[in-house]
Each structure stands twice: as structure tokens, then as C-alpha cells.
Ligand binder design. Structure first.
Ligand code: ME8
Length: 511
């Protein structure tokens, strides 16, 4: 199996992280854990994007030096990772020396290979998104990304993007999976087919950036700087990327608004430097908050830390993955969160574990053994669960994360129904052997469901494996067979029901 390299975007440090940033990082972490569970070697990176006019302005507004300003906010992004239970291997800051070296080297490669020239640029500049737009791209006097624009002219270096139209179109054709989902692929194709202008890749109107080699009054365009983080993290320029397996299998997870940077500019830069383009750009939709775009001024920015403190990171990870159909937009609301939490984590899953485990603990001394044969109702039950689990894995592999969870939930319902229909409490006096048989299959199905649920709810999954007397590592090696015996220990409430009217929710109105 070839290794994988999974990246989150590197986040701007102009404000503290919110639920949208947490979402991408969590989705990547779940994807990474899932693949590691299947034995794949995965390198997983995240970090912060710290240069550019927007950051310089935010630092000025706060009355602090940009370096100190970025130190503070970058730390908030870093501190969020353990709170969300993220298993990243590295965290990059674009203000680090290793990154400045990589960017400077990358620029020099592009220059030497004749893809950069000095010219003059005029256009409508969107500071928030650090991008120029032409008159006809503006929407109601704003940039197509929604930011305020003003007209600017500056001397700047250009990247000969116009030369890459055919190369990119060929590349998309030969790699039909390069952009996920299809809708984004179609948008990129039509954008490139309309023709590409050369791209302004340096700025002289501010200084908070990496200087252009041999022309330090220019700083390097923040997107060229930021995209290069993916190479820095893989040891560029010391490591030869052209023959590097990890680089050949890099997947960038991004929000839909930055697909163009990753799927057009980035492969063009890489081709120009004689390096392979990434393997795939996987894009997701946006979280709205209580029905509206999250923004500080509306006051509806959702803080992931509050949710983790109150309900645990597993619950937040579950809700984010389940609520949003991956690729589409979705709505974040406290009521939606509580609804799903109670229905699935507390009732369907938590209750299933506790009723089956406590019954086995009380009535079978905690132990159940695999029966010699699998027949009748048991066979139908196990086959039905297996079919749900197979479907859930296949959906996961196609990035249909919410549907993957939906099928795990079907499997939980099947197990709950089996407990109801088999009535082990009645068999206790009439047919103990039959009771023990049915219970084994129930416990085994819970175990199998939990293994596939693990990437989403790792803390709870570990508790369940503990309750079942199985070491986490053994449970996680999917190559290992399912145990023939389970020895249930103490029972612990996994997800206590949330009382909708709890005073705890006062924390949601304190800012
Ligand atoms: O674009 N819903 O950084 P950024 C879902 N620095 N995801 C959201 C979201 C929301 N409401 N808000 C943010 C940048 N995100 C650049 C990236 S990469 C070389 C440079 C997530 O801080 C989503 O992944 O604006 C989006 O793409 C990313 O945060 C943008 O973060």
C-alpha cells in the first residue's frame, strides 16, 4: 500500500479559529485515522498562513507587531488541536525559517525556468482574500469572493499562467478524479477553458511577507507562499519531490472557496517547477451558523472549544461529520447538535452498549463465547449488519462521510432491534444456551460497529474496547480476526443525555 499525505489548508491568523476551521481539521483527522486503521502509512499536516496585507492590517489594528500578533493567534490554532483530538504529524507556520527557505528556493526555480517576468499590474484588489479581480469579475461592486475591493496599480512579478491552459486541461482529462466533487471539477474546467491570464505573484504595497530573491522591495504573493507549505512539510528542497511516494499521494482537503488556488494555480506552479501536481483536491461546503454566514459582526461565530468542553470532542466530531453532507453547505445550530447527540450517541449507540453489556455482566458473568455455528436468525442478523458495514466503508472511501455514518446508525438500529426481538431476559429462564448465543452475536456486532466508528469517536471507542477487555491496538488492527470471546468489565455511561434546558448553555451567550 502506498503512503498518503493529507493536508488541511493553513489557516489565516487574523482571527481565532471557529467551527469552520475545526471542521476541515476534524474531517482530515477522521480520514487519516480511518486510513491508518486499515494499515496505511499517513502523514498528516496542518498549520497557519501568516503573511500578507490582511494580517499586517489586523496586527496594526490591534496595535502590535505582526510577528507577535501571528505568534499569538497561531498558538490558538495549535492549542485547538489536542482539544479536538487531532493526530497531525506536523504543524507549519509560514513565518518559520524552513518555510522561508522552501519558498525562496521554489521562486528561484520558477524564475530560472523562465516562468516569471517583471511587469505592472492594475486591477481591483480584494484585501480580505488577497486577490486581484478584473472589472467584469466583480459582483455588485465586490469581489466574487465577497470582499471589498479597491483599484490599485503596482509594479509586480508575473507568473506565466497563460501558458498552462492546455497543460492543465490535459492534466484534468487524464486525471478525472483530481477534483472532488464533480461540481467543483466542472467549475474549474470552465474557468480554465475561458482562458488564463498571467498571475501577479509579488506585492510592493506592504512588507509583511517573504522578500522576492534579489529584489526585496517586493514580497512574494501570499498564495504562492502559502501553497508552498505543502512542499516545505515534505522536506523541500532537500527531499527530491519528483520521486517521492508521499508527494505523489498528497491529497489537499479544502473549503470550496479555495479550490481555484489549489486546482489551477498550484498544479501550474508545480508543473513550472518540474514537480508532480497533487494527487487530489477534495473540497467541502460551508457551515452557516443558525442559518447565516458566520461573522464576528453578526455575532454568530461558533466556538469549537465550548462544544468540546461541554459535550466532549467525540460529540463535536460526530455532529460535524454527520450533519453536513460532504461537499454541500450546512447549518450549525445548538438545537441540531443536541438532537443528533441524544438520538444517536446517547440513545442508539450509548444505550445499545449499556443494555447489552450490563445484561452480559449480570447474567453471564461478563463473558460470551463464539458459538460453534452461525445459523437461523443470528445468521440473518449478522449478514444484515455486515452489509451495512460494508456499505459504510465504501461510502467513506467515496468521501460520503455523512452517509457512512448513516449506515453505521442502521447497523446500531439492527442490533437494538435484535436485543428487543431476542428478549434475552425471557430466555434467561427458558433457554440459557440460546440466550448466550444471541448475546455473543450482539456483542460481536457492537464491537464491529465500534471499530468502524472509532475514527469519529476515538475516546469513546477506546472506552468500549476497554469494557470489552480488548486492547486498543488489537482492536485497531483490522487484519486481526474478531475475538472469539469477550470479557466485559465495568460499564461506564458513554454519552449522558443532554438536557436541553440545562444552565450549562449559558456559556453560549457570553460573547
Ligand atoms: O483560505 N465552513 O485560510 P482561512 C466550512 N489561508 N469551512 C470553513 C468555514 C466555514 N464557515 N470557514 C473556514 C485560507 N473554513 C488560506 C488557505 S492553504 C494553502 C491557504 C475552512 O483561514 C475551510 O477549509 O480563510 C476553508 O477553506 C478554510 O477554513 C479557510 O481558512
Amino acid at each position: 500500500m502506498h503512503p498518503l499525505y493529507i493536508t488541511t489548508p493553513i489557516y489565516y491568523v487574523n482571527a481565532k479559529p471557529h467551527i469552520g476551521h475545526a471542521y476541515t481539521t476534524i474531517v482530515c483527522d477522521i480520514f487519516v485515522r480511518f486510513n491508518r486503521m486499515f494499515g496505511r502509512d499517513v502523514f498528516f499536516s496542518t498549520g497557519t498562513d501568516e503573511h500578507g496585507k490582511k494580517i499586517e492590517q489586523s496586527a496594526n489594528n490591534a496595535g502590535i507587531e505582526p510577528q507577535l500578533f501571528t505568534d499569538n493567534i497561531s498558538q490558538l490554532f495549535k492549542d485547538l488541536l489536542p482539544v479536538l483530538n487531532i493526530t497531525n504529524d506536523d504543524f507549519i507556520r509560514t513565518t518559520e525559517l524552513r518555510h522561508k527557505n522552501a519558498v525562496t528556493h521554489f521562486w528561484s526555480r520558477l524564475k530560472e525556468s523562465g516562468h516569471i517576468y517583471l511587469g505592472e499590474y492594475s486591477g481591483w484588489y480584494d484585501i480580505r482574500n488577497e486577490a486581484y479581480f478584473s472589472e467584469d469579475e466583480l459582483v455588485d461592486g465586490r469581489s466574487p469572493l465577497g470582499g471589498n475591493v479597491h483599484y490599485m496599480t503596482e509594479e509586480c512579478y508575473f507568473f506565466k499562467l497563460s501558458e498552462f491552459q492546455d497543460k492543465l486541461l490535459n492534466f484534468y482529462e487524464q486525471n478525472p478524479d483530481f477534483i472532488f466533487p464533480m461540481q467543483r471539477r466542472n467549475e474549474v474546467l470552465s474557468f480554465v477553458k475561458r482562458g488564463l491570464n498571467d498571475l501577479a505573484i509579488s506585492r510592493t504595497t506592504f512588507s509583511w511577507g517573504i522578500p522576492v530573491p534579489n529584489d526585496p522591495k517586493h514580497v512574494i504573493y501570499v498564495w504562492l507562499d502559502a501553497l508552498t507549505n505543502y512542499l516545505t512539510l515534505n522536506g523541500y528542497p532537500d527531499v527530491d519531490q519528483a520521486n517521492n511516494e508521499r508527494w505523489q499521494n498528497v491529497i489537499h482537503f479544502v473549503g470550496k472557496e479555495i479550490v481555484r488556488f489549489h486546482a489551477v494555480y498550484w498544479p501550474a506552479f508545480l508543473m513550472a517547477a518540474d514537480l508532480p501536481p497533487p494527487r487530489q483536491i477534495v473540497s467541502h461546503g460551508w457551515w452557516l451558523s443558525e442559518g447565516e454566514k458566520m461573522s464576528k459582526s453578526v455575532g454568530n461565530v461558533q466556538d469549537p472549544i465550548k462544544y468540546c468542553k461541554l459535550f466532549g470532542s467525540d460529540a463535536l466530531r460526530y455532529f460535524l461529520l454527520r450533519e453536513l453532507s460532504f461537499g454541500e453547505d450546512g447549518n450549525f445550530s445548538l438545537a441540531g447538535f443536541i438532537g443528533r447527540y441524544n438520538a444517536v450517541l446517547a440513545n442508539a449507540y450509548g444505550n445499545l452498549c449499556s443494555r447489552v453489556f450490563s445484561f452480559v455482566l449480570k447474567n453471564c458473568d461478563g463473558s460470551v463465547k463464539r458459538p460453534p455455528t452461525l445459523t437461523g436468525d443470528d445468521q440473518l442478523f449478522v449478514a444484515a449488519v455486515d452489509s451495512e458495514l460494508r456499505e459504510s466503508v465504501s461510502l467513506f472511501q467515496r468521501y460520503a462521510f455523512s452517509k457512512y455514518l448513516e449506515h453505521l446508525e442502521h447497523a446500531m438500529s439492527l442490533a437494538n432491534q435484535y436485543m428487543d426481538s431476542q428478549k434475552p431476559w425471557a430466555l434467561r429462564t427458558s433457554d440459557r444456551d440460546r440466550m448466550e448465543e444471541a448475546l455473543f452475536w450482539m456483542v460481536e456486532q457492537i464491537y464491529k460497529i465500534t471499530r468502524l466508528f472509532y475514527p469519529v469517536i476515538p475516546i469513546c471507542a477506546e472506552k468500549v474496547f476497554n469494557q470489552l477487555g480488548i486492547a486498543m491496538n488489537d482492536a485497531m488492527s483490522l487484519s486481526g480476526a474478531v475475538p472469539d470471546e469477550f470479557h466485559i468489565r465495568e460499564i461506564e455511561t458513554l454519552f449522558p443525555r443532554i438536557d436541553q434546558f440545562s444552565d450549562d448553555f449559558d456559556v453560549f451567550s457570553d460573547d
